[in-house]
Design a protein around this ligand. Structure first.
Ligand SMILES: [Zn+2]
Length: 443
């Protein structure tokens, strides 16, 4: 059965009413975690804050932040709200930098999750009858399941292929007339490159019309490239496994910021150093609270994601929910090179200007005689290019200039053969680990 998934009453609710709903839900949640969860009770007692101190949305600032390390101390059951038997799914972050963060979901949480994802799919233009190729991972991180449940709720045929199997991905897009795709932008670039090597032009040969990309920062230039390669309109979406993302934020047809579903999540934007709110629309770190959670309590969780947050009275799409800007980077992914902060996404932006380059690159930072040395390895598309010494020299020089213009730092550029660098296929926050090798840290 197909269903219309524009929840007009909620999606266009005036700001005042939405914030009233947020406050009601926040109060109820703080009350619940304080009385039902030892971890939170200890945390809030330690900070000298009681549920009755929350009288307005601004009062949320009285609650201490959840830092990743605090959350890890609560591993494995400390932040669970649901009793065994009430939760029906357990997810977890990838845990590349320590213990993972577990997320318990009740049936009600899963229903909300499906609903939010269906709203997003509807918002970017999917309709019953579309065919969605879902190349996010199905497993502990929540990328694959989120869109899967959303598609099922709406009546969209979903192909749960997951990441990898690149040749098969291409075949399925063509053979089944896939109209929409969701995956990481870096994997989408790689997939298109592999299709081109088979002599295919997916913009002409496929029925694709919509692409949803997320899980890593991607510059506007990558969006234009993906639209050209696939013949699609590309949308940015953002979610975190800690909150059963995707289903937290997504662009509408206006593509000027992602609507953050305020009936379920409360977003704040803080100065990462002082922890204070930054003025609306200014750069800062996003902090999230999950207002309707039943399985796991996530209140004021510091994401480390750098973005902006603002409200518009009414977006031209008609929706009223606040917006966040595309994630600029992670406060802990940024590398400081010679005193300048560099994001892998900036380097990616610089590299898109050179058609002979592939999509994979790696930043290597070393300390040589007390100075930072920044080497940038970039794959070329065709290994033949590497045999022409003068072309290598010219292109390397251009790339070094291009990166300097965006990042302020000049790299030593090394062009390397195709498929010779580690690759980000899917999943979350792969950008830093796959793309940055900080030997100053490792030494
Ligand atoms: Zn909108």
């Amino acid at each position: 059965m197909s269903r219309k998934y524009y929840r007009e009453e909620i999606e266009t609710m005036p700001k005042g009413q939405l914030q009233k709903l947020q406050l009601e839900r926040l109060k109820a949640l703080v009350e619940k975690v304080y009385h039902q969860n030892t971890f939170y009770r200890r945390l809030y007692d330690g900070a000298g804050v009681k549920p009755e101190d929350i009288k307005s949305l601004e009062d949320i600032q009285k609650l201490p932040f959840l830092e990743k390390k605090t959350v890890r101390e609560a591993y494995p059951y400390g932040m669970a709200l649901a009793k065994p038997g009430e939760a029906v799914e357990l997810h977890a972050t990838s845990g590349t930098t320590g213990k993972s963060v577990p997320v318990f979901a009740t049936k009600e949480d899963i229903a909300t999750w499906a609903d939010l994802n269906a709203r997003e799919l509807w918002m970017v233009g999917l309709r019953p009858g579309d065919i969605l190729q879902n190349a996010y991972g199905y497993g502990l991180p929540t990328g694959g399941f989120g869109f899967h449940y959303g598609a099922a709720a709406m009546g969209v045929l979903c192909i749960p292929i997951g990441p990898g199997q690149t040749e098969r991905q291409i075949d399925m897009i063509l053979d089944f007339g896939v109209t929409a795709m969701c995956m990481t932008p870096s994997y989408a670039l790689y997939l298109a490159q592999k299709a081109q090597e088979r002599g295919l032009n997916l913009a002409q040969d496929s029925k694709l019309r919509i692409g949803l990309f997320g899980a890593e920062p991607w510059p506007w230039s990558t969006r234009l490239r993906l639209e050209e390669l696939y013949g699609i309109t590309a949308y940015d979406e953002f979610g975190m496994t800690e909150f059963l993302g995707p289903g937290m934020t997504c662009e509408c047809e206006v593509r000027d910021g992602m609507h953050a579903w305020a009936d379920v999540f409360l977003a704040e934007c803080i100065d990462p150093v002082t922890g204070q709110w930054v003025p609306e629309g200014k750069d800062g770190e996003l902090v999230w609270s999950w207002l309707t959670a039943e399985g796991t309590a996530m209140l004021r969780y510091r994401s480390r994601d750098l973005s902006r947050l603002w409200w518009e009275e009414r977006c031209s799409c008609g929706r009223t929910h606040p917006k966040i800007a595309s994630i600029k980077g992670r406060s802990d992914d940024a590398v400081s090179i010679g005193g300048l902060i560099v994001f892998p996404s900036q380097v990616e932006d610089a590299l898109t200007k050179y058609p002979d380059l592939g999509v994979n690159f790696r930043l290597i930072i070393e300390r040589v005689r007390d100075l930072d040395r920044f080497t940038l390895k970039v794959e070329v598309k065709d290994h033949q290019l590497l045999t022409a010494e003068s072309r290598v020299k010219t292109l390397s020089g251009q790339v070094a200039e291009g990166v300097k213009a965006i990042c302020g730092v000049t790299p030593i550029v090394e062009l390397v053969p195709p498929d010779s660098l580690p690759r980000a296929t899917a999943g979350e926050a792969k950008t830093a680990s796959a793309r940055v090798e900080d030997r100053r840290v490792m030494a």
